[in-house]
Design a protein. Structure first.
Length: 560
């Protein structure tokens, strides 16, 4: 099989690229995705995404990676079965054996068409304009806020705002919530007593407290696959391969020529006349490069991989938003709960399903994380450094923990962590999980900021009308910094925004240039969140779509 362009990864970036490049009928494109098509109703009914990540085992639609043990997290007991022990009389018997290790983080990522945009919370957040001006200040030409704003607008069809900062004709539908939850209104009311309200986090100012906009259309998820592939699938010049694993990129004289694939145990190659584009995300793209011989030479050699280009930045510069959750038990019809664990929600669910199917409204259209805030932990800061997500349900351990009853929760995440980590292949086998080490809290400034962020979050939670709900699952003395720090080390984890592992730039640790071309080879690009030199101050799906919109224009321009 031979095409002009081969796109590896059918997530947010890959869907955009496939759509935009096939607008030219003279160009042939193959989009390759490891996971299955996005057919499950759990994907398309907004509130049901909470059930896509299973409590145990592999999900059909999500990678369920763990990090390596995090040195700055608390320790946990790992059960190791039994050990054979000898006594003084020469007899032997079995004894339980446990070991202690630092807690691991959990890293679910989308594995279906649409990628993580098919399993995420659907929040439309671009980040702060400062983030993109910062990228530009690092020497990345064409990536300032003024440069990238047209690409945000190009993809967007905003039902709520029509002004110079928003688009109305793009394929990605952006809407307001279709269910008015009184607890979300209470969150905004409580927060607005302390901080200013903001009805548009993507407007002139990001700072403030308000309600999120969502990537939905008519009460259904508008993932990147729905937005960009629905029409593109009808084009004869687009081929889509699902349930197909890409092992590596193959080169001839440092020119990328094909990718090696595996589908249902059969190996084959897909060739590219013009270019191969990696859109596997912050974990997929660097590990494909490493298996292809592009990366740190000494590490590749340790895995018995011949080094094609010694590019030391591949898999480095991992940055992620670390998040802490407070959960409050509240016995209310207006809050979500897991079926069979929440009496009131279980009774209400049939009515809410009727609302969904008859009127495209009701609780099942909720993104769960409805209210939000971007706030400063110190008044003299230039830009917000923490983000809040108010959730109309209790969330513990990424929704995997058995939490009985109804309630709400609030997330507080650190927007620009100083801690930097890595992702590396564990072996040459493409089916082996990568070694993910976000290195959370390795920089002392991060824990100090999160302690201050926790206090700000609880200040809002303790303001009326939320103050009456004090049945907190993990209460902490707000005046005890050591107790707050201990809780963060015990319970904090990702809020699903890893970036930076194939960073764009011009220093010795950069992987791609500002046209997103991989250094040292030809006909190979990376287009996804891994190219971000620094983590943006907000959710990463909209920025990833913007990156792919801009890359599509770069590629088209080179065709002229």
């Amino acid at each position: 099989m031979t095409y002009d362009y081969v796109i590896v990864g059918g997530g947010s970036a890959g869907c955009v690229l496939a759509s935009r490049l096939t607008e030219n009928p003279n160009v042939s494109v193959c989009l390759i995705e490891t996971g299955p098509p996005d057919k499950s109703p759990l994907i398309h009914i907004p509130a049901m995404y909470a059930f896509l990540v299973k409590e145990r085992g592999e999900s059909e639609y999500a990678y369920q990676y763990d990090t390596v043990p995090q040195k700055e997290f608390s320790t946990v007991t790992i059960k190791e079965g039994s050990a054979q022990v000898s006594d003084n009389l020469g007899g032997t018997y079995q004894m339980p054996q446990n070991i202690q290790e630092n807690r691991k983080g959990f890293q679910p990522r989308g594995k279906t068409l649409g990628g993580s945009s098919s399993i995420n919370g659907m929040l439309y957040v671009r980040g702060h304009k400062w983030d993109y001006d910062h990228w530009s200040s690092l020497g990345n030409q064409g990536w300032s806020y003024d440069d990238v704003l047209p690409y945000f607008k190009k993809s967007e069809n905003n039902e709520v705002f029509s002004n110079h900062l928003h688009g109305q004709n793009g394929p990605l539908n952006v809407a307001g919530l279709r269910h008015d939850n009184p607890f979300t209104r209470s969150f905004v009311e409580a927060g607005s007593k302390l901080y200013k309200e903001n009805d548009d986090f993507n407007g002139e100012e990001q700072e403030g407290i308000g309600i999120y906009q969502v990537t939905q259309k008519n009460g259904r998820r508008c993932s990147a696959a729905v937005a960009f592939l629905t029409e593109a699938k009808k084009r004869k010049n687009l081929s889509i391969l699902t349930e197909t694993t890409v092992d590596k990129v193959n080169f001839e004289n440092l020119v990328a020529r094909s990718v090696s694939c595996i589908k249902k145990g059969t190996s084959f190659e897909v060739k590219a006349n013009k270019e191969i584009i990696l859109s596997g995300g912050a974990y997929g793209s660097p590990t494909i490069l490493q298996r292809s011989g592009i990366g740190n030479q000494s590490y590749l050699n340790s895995k018995k991989i011949d080094c094609v280009v010694d590019l030391k930045g591949v898999g480095e510069n991992l940055q992620d938003h670390l998040d802490y959750i407070t959960s409050h038990r509240v016995d209310s019809w207006d809050l979500m709960g897991a079926p069979f664990r929440s009496g009131k929600f279980t009774l209400r669910a049939p009515l809410e399903l009727l609302k969904l199917f008859l009127n495209n409204s009701g609780m099942f259209t909720s993104p769960l994380a409805e209210g939000g805030a971007f706030l400063k932990t110190e008044k003299n800061l230039e830009i917000p450094d923490i983000q809040l997500h108010f959730v109309v349900g209790m969330v513990e351990d990424h929704g995997r923990a058995e939490v009985w009853g109804n309630g709400f929760s609030c997330h507080m995440c650190l927007l620009r962590p100083k801690s930097i980590g890595t992702v590396k292949i564990a072996s040459k086998n493409p089916n082996d999980d990568p070694l993910i080490d976000p290195n959370y809290l390795s920089n002392r400034e991060d824990i100090d900021t999160m302690v201050k962020g926790y206090k700000i979050m609880m200040e809002i939670m303790n303001s009326e009308p939320l103050a009456q709900y004090q049945n907190i699952r993990y209460p902490i003395n707000i005046n005890d910094n050591k107790a707050i720090e201990s809780a963060i080390r015990t319970r904090a984890d990702t809020i699903y925004h890893p970036v930076g592992t194939c960073k764009m730039g011009h220093d010795e640790m950069s992987v791609v240039d500002d046209n997103l071309r991989v250094k040292g080879v030809k006909n190979l690009r990376v287009v996804d969140a891994s190219i971000m030199p620094t983590l943006v101050g907000g959710n990463t799906n909209a920025p990833t779509i913007m990156i792919a919109e801009k890359a599509s224009d770069m590629i088209k321009e080179e065709l002229k």
